[in-house]
Design a protein around this ligand. Structure first.
Ligand SMILES: O=c1ccn([C@H]2C[C@H](O)[C@@H](CO)O2)c(=O)[nH]1
Ligand SMILES: [Zn+2]
Length: 136
C-alpha cells in the first residue's frame, strides 16, 4: 500500500463523516501490518463533547476487530495546511502505534506533512509509567 493510496482513502472516507454540527468532515485511513486498511470518520453528537474524531474511529474499529499491529496512518480534511490531529487522538495513537510509525497529514489541496507518532506527542504518558508505579 503506497502512502498516496492511503491518503486517497482518507480523503474518500470523508464522505461518510457524520458532521451536522461542524460541517467539517475528516477522514482517516489506518494501514495494519498485514496490509488491511481501516477507514475512519468523525462522528459528532448533539452533546458536542461525545464527538469521536476520524483518527480514533479508525483506531477503535481496528482494535475492536483484533488488529493491533499498525504500519501507517493518513488523515485528511479541508484545511489550509495539512490537518493537525487533536490531543486526544495523539494520545490514542501513542497507546497503539510504535513511536516511529509514519503519519501522513494532508488536505484537499495535496499538501502533505509526513510525521511520526512520537513527533505528534513527545513524552506521551504510557503503559511504562503505570508499570513503574506497580513495581514491588
Ligand atoms: O484531526 C482532527 C481534527 C478534528 N476532527 C473533528 C472533530 C470534530 O468533529 C470536527 C471539528 O473539530 O473535526 C477530527 O476528526 N480529526
Ligand atoms: Zn482527535
Amino acid at each position: 500500500m503506497e502512502k498516496q493510496q492511503l491518503m486517497e482513502q482518507a480523503i474518500t472516507a470523508r464522505s461518510k463523516a457524520y458532521v451536522p454540527y461542524s460541517n467539517f468532515p475528516v477522514g482517516a485511513a489506518l494501514l495494519t501490518a498485514d496490509g488491511k486498511v481501516y477507514q475512519g470518520v468523525n462522528i459528532e453528537n448533539a452533546g458536542y463533547s461525545m464527538t469521536n474524531c476520524a483518527e480514533r474511529t479508525a483506531m477503535f474499529k481496528a482494535v475492536s476487530e483484533g488488529d493491533l499491529k499498525f504500519a501507517a496512518l493518513a488523515v485528511a480534511a479541508d484545511t489550509e495546511g495539512p490537518v493537525s490531529p487533536c490531543g486526544a487522538c495523539r494520545q490514542v495513537l501513542a497507546e497503539f502505534c510504535s513511536p516511529e510509525m509514519p503519519v501522513y497529514l494532508t488536505n484537499l489541496k495535496g499538501d502533505v506533512q509526513e510525521t511520526t507518532v512520537s513527533e505528534l506527542l513527545p513524552g506521551a504518558f504510557s503503559t511504562e509509567d503505570l508499570k513503574y508505579a506497580a513495581r514491588k
